[in-house]
Design a binder for this molecule. Structure first.
Ligand code: PXL
Length: 284
């Protein structure tokens, strides 16, 4: 194997909230990035108080501090891809957009931008203010290389209730009309598919269905965060959007297969399923 000593890995930033339970948000993103072999950087947008049962508190970071984190890293360390997660409110979205514009992050800049439009936790706890939906649609989506909504987010963003594959296709088209270069409508919540989970990628011309197995588990906390982070990591490595999404799908299937129970509620998926357990090896 070739030595990687001193070789700088691709650099990826997550702009997202923290989860004190360690399953979602920044904690998930950084582990996914580590598993995907990139250097993860962070702009924290909000601190959430939560465990496996739900979110009991949210403390947002001042918008100018969110913007400063992005600019500080982009102008020194440099970034090969960026993903957004929980953005909390429209003031933070506006600050993120302005900072991204200043340093060339976004579909029209140098650095690809994956937007995971996080709106609520899997318990239904709100992670995005109602007033922020407009800012998401009109400011962030037109700058996105890819958006990755689940079906709950599709309903909130464009009012389409996706109950079958035809509606999933329709939602992808409507979301594409809001300006992102690519749309991934994730099918995890589509109950029509009883033993598969089909994500749908659309670039304005071509639809690609990405089927995967469906696992009978409630331990899927953080799955969307891990997926978007794996996609951003692939883009940072120079993969095309379809290649990065296909690789990330493979990654997330294994992360869900290896999900584990934690606390009395929903456990997390396992972002580090691919990491070699060196600590179990004999000490030399
Ligand atoms: O999985 C979406 C998500 C993103 N970011 C934070 C979260 C959650 C879900 O709970 O808490 C901080």
């Amino acid at each position: 194997m070739e030595s990687t000593v001193g070789v700088t890995p691709p650099r990826v930033m997550t702009i997202a909230g923290t989860d004190s339970g360690g399953g979602a948000g920044v904690a998930a993103d950084l582990r996914a990035m580590a598993a995907c072999g990139v250097h993860g950087c962070v702009a924290v947008t909000a601190v959430t108080v939560q465990n496996s049962l739900g979110v009991t508190g949210v403390h947002t970071i001042p918008p100018e501090t969110v913007a400063a984190q992005i600019e500080s890293v982009a102008t020194d360390i440099g970034l090969d891809a960026v993903k957004t997660g929980m953005l909390a409110d429209s003031a933070i979205i506006r600050a993120v957009v302005a900072a991204c514009d200043r340093v060339g992050i976004g579909a029209d800049g140098q650095t690809p931008l994956v937007v995971d439009p996080v709106a609520a936790s899997m318990h239904g706890d709100q992670l995005l203010a109602d007033e922020a939906l407009d800012a998401f649609r009109s400011l962030l989506f037109p700058r996105a290389t890819l958006i990755t909504p689940n079906l709950d987010e599709v309903r909130l963003l464009v009012g389409i209730d996706v109950h079958d594959r035809a509606a999933q296709y329709e939602a992808a088209k409507v979301l594409f009309g809001l300006g992102p270069r690519n749309v991934l409508v994730k099918g995890g919540h589509l109950r029509e598919d009883t033993d598969s989970c089909v994500d749908l990628l659309y670039d304005g011309h071509t639809f690609v269905e990405l089927p995967g197995p469906r696992f009978d588990t409630g331990d899927t906390h953080g799955s969307g965060d891990n997926m978007a982070s794996a996609i951003a990591s692939g883009l940072a490595r120079g993969l095309s959007v379809p290649e990065a999404v296909a690789r990330a799908k493979r990654y997330i299937v294994e992360a869900v297969r290896n999900a584990y129970p934690l606390g009395g509620g929903h456990g997390p998926v396992s972002p580090l399923w691919a990491v070699r357990p060196w600590w179990e090896e004999p000490t030399p």
